[in-house]
Design a protein around this ligand. Structure first.
Ligand SMILES: *Cc1c(COP(=O)(O)O)cnc(C)c1O
Length: 371
């Protein structure tokens, strides 16, 4: 089945007892046992599993073409479960522009359990030179946040396979509508479901999707169930509901982002636009090969430096000054000041989550502030 059909049907079913067309939200934390002690409903206790979560995980697995999915209370909880599943002492290689919240998670919570290097995973020589006997995991994120760098997934997977190293791809920016890392050979896909899956800036969630049911996945399921960073039935329901429109929302985001990127690129006050759909993007060729759409995120730098970036962000009327992404409304953010003192993000950079407003209105707003 195609992704539009999966999105609508794989996360919902007609309820057997009431014949309700839309899944009921099952708030019960516990489930009745039969006389013989079995669990005829398939659920025991809601931290371990819940009907709404099962449906959500079903649609997540199918969207990414995976064998199974596990959902979490946030993207960071999903990332945390991956790191917690690794044997103590494992060496992790992560992309140097890994999402700052996960980079800080490694540094602040795992420094005494894992060793890690943040490197340019796009450079095969650099990647090769950092692999050592204890290396167990390579973490990639493509397109990356906030520089929209594109990693050649197949190339990283080929190097990792030679050494028996697992690869996880943070697919939050692309979504399975634009990119399917499991098909390109990664072992896991990670998502912040807070972003495009939720799509309306009103819930937190995270997900892991696995290519196969192996021992590592069993370990991750243990971290999920016993660690307990699971989403509520209400959040699972809302996510499964939002996912139904994901393919169509993403098409709108991609359409608007491409036109906005092209508009900004020709503007004399703009220094550089970072969007994988532009032919000027350094990895445009790779993006074209591994993505079926270039996503809804872009960043740009201004010729007038930080002061001009601040003037522009404060003069916009339609774009809301806020962090996060993936909602129907356009957001703009001065990224360097959100990431903290160790940021490598240029201070004249603004990151845009291009929303689903009409593109003419978005361009008109930028036009008035850049004039
Ligand atoms: C937001 C985000 C995360 C973290 O997800 P939360 O839901 O905020 O915990 C991870 N990776 C990327 C690329 C993100 O944008």
């Amino acid at each position: 089945m195609k992704i539009e059909t999966i999105a609508i049907h794989a996360g919902n079913h007609v309820d057997e007892s009431s014949r309700a067309v839309i899944q009921p939200i099952v708030v019960s934390t516990t489930f009745e046992r039969a006389i013989d002690g079995s669990f005829p409903g398939g659920h025991i206790y809601s931290r371990a599993s819940n009907p709404n979560r099962t449906l959500l995980e079903n649609v997540l697995a199918k969207l990414e073409g995976g064998a199974d999915a596990a959902s979490f209370s946030s993207g960071n909880a999903a990332g945390m479960s991956v790191f917690q599943s690794l044997p103590v002492g494992t060496h992790v290689i992560a992309t140097d522009d890994m999402y700052h919240g996960l980079r800080n998670q490694l540094k602040l919570l795992f420094a005494d359990k894992l060793t890690f290097d943040f490197i340019d995973v796009n450079n095969p020589e650099i990647l090769q030179s950092h692999i050592k006997p204890g290396t167990g995991l390579i973490w990639i994120e493509t397109p990356s946040n906030p520089l929209l760098k594109v990693t050649d997934i197949k190339k990283v997977v080929a190097i990792a396979r030679k050494h028996g190293i697992k690869v996880v791809c943070d697919n939050t920016f692309a979504t399975p509508v634009c990119q399917q890392p499991l098909a390109l050979g990664t072992d896991l896909v990670m998502h912040s479901a807070t972003k495009y899956f939720g799509g309306h800036s009103d819930l937190m969630g995270g997900a892991l999707i696995t290519a196969k049911m192996d021992e590592w996945w069993e370990k991750i399921r243990i971290v999920q169930g016993y660690g307990g960073a699971v989403p509520s039935p209400m959040d699972c329901y809302m996510l499964a509901r939002s996912i139904k429109t994901l393919p169509y929302r993403i098409r709108g985001h991609v359409h608007n982002a491409q036109l906005l990127a092209e508009y900004l690129e020709q503007h004399p006050k703009i220094e550089q636009v970072m969007y994988p759909g532009l032919s000027s993007h350094p990895q445009h060729a790779i993006a074209k090969e591994q993505m079926s759409g270039f996503g809804g995120m872009l960043s740009f730098t201004l010729k007038g430096g930080e002061a001009e970036a601040r003037r522009v962000i404060n003069g916009l009327k339609l774009f809301t000054r806020a962090t996060s992404l993936g909602g129907v409304e356009s957001l703009i953010e001065h990224r360097a000041t959100v990431e903290g003192p160790d940021t490598k993000t240029p201070f004249n950079l603004l990151r845009v989550s291009v929303g689903l407003e009409h593109i003419d209105d978005l361009i008109a707003d930028l036009e008035q502030v850049l004039a």
